[in-house]
Design a binder for this molecule. Structure first.
Ligand SMILES: NC(=O)c1ccc[n+]([C@@H]2O[C@H](COP(=O)([O-])OP(=O)(O)OC[C@H]3O[C@@H](n4cnc5c(N)ncnc54)[C@H](O)[C@@H]3O)[C@@H](O)[C@H]2O)c1
Length: 166
């Protein structure tokens, strides 16, 4: 049997399983239908329970400093607030000044540690300012979280001397 015959056979077999399910009139979920076709449970479609947004691990990142790009809104804002809530020092960076400062103020008001650098993350000078803020205010830089891309500044300065400490 060559490859084409093999593929044809597999298609026919899959069709037969689907047809028999339909003929039996069984209202199958996608997961049950997959299991009925002889596939292991691990391949089944399953419902995923959303994470409880109120859940957090206090002090998980205590003593660690993160730069978070795009901290003014969206994913970056959510990451900055969650990281701070879990103990991190957060240096937010964004080119929307008022909203970036709002995120920063919200972290400080909640007892967190944060700094804000205003500017374009594609500008190497802004990247340098963010690293400098991390080191001068928190003594170290551990991680970059980058919902707003940092790659433009990395490309622009391949010999940049900025570094991170772990
Ligand atoms: N929102 C989602 O559910 C989701 C899911 C998966 C992935 N993403 C990805 O995450 C990234 C962010 O999405 P989002 O929904 O949070 O977007 P958003 O537009 O709500 O937020 C992006 C933030 O980044 C800032 N920003 C963008 N470019 C910048 C620059 N050059 N300098 C400084 N700040 C800059 C913006 O001002 C804004 O505050 C996108 O790449 C998106 O595709 C988003």
């Amino acid at each position: 049997m060559d490859r084409r015959d093999l593929l044809k056979g597999m298609t026919l077999a899959a069709g037969a399983v689907a047809a028999s399910t339909a003929i039996d009139g069984v209202a199958e979920t996608a997961a049950n239908a997959q299991q009925a076709a002889g596939r292991p449970e691990g391949n089944a479609v399953v419902d995923i329970k959303p994470v409880d947004s109120a859940f957090f691990i206090s002090d998980r990142f205590a003593g660690r400093t993160f730069i978070v790009t795009g901290s003014a809104r969206g994913m970056g804002k959510a990451a900055a607030i969650r990281l701070a809530r879990e103990g991190a020092n957060v240096v937010g960076v964004d080119w929307i000044k008022d909203l970036g400062e709002e995120t920063n103020a919200a972290i400080l008001a909640g007892g967190g540690k944060a700094a804000f650098v205003y500017g374009d993350v594609g500008d190497p000078a802004v990247a340098d300012q963010a690293v400098a803020a991390a080191v001068s205010q928190f003594g170290r830089l551990d991680r970059l979280t980058m919902p707003a891309s940092w790659t433009a500044s990395i490309r622009a300065t391949p010999s940049t001397s900025t570094s991170s400490a772990t």
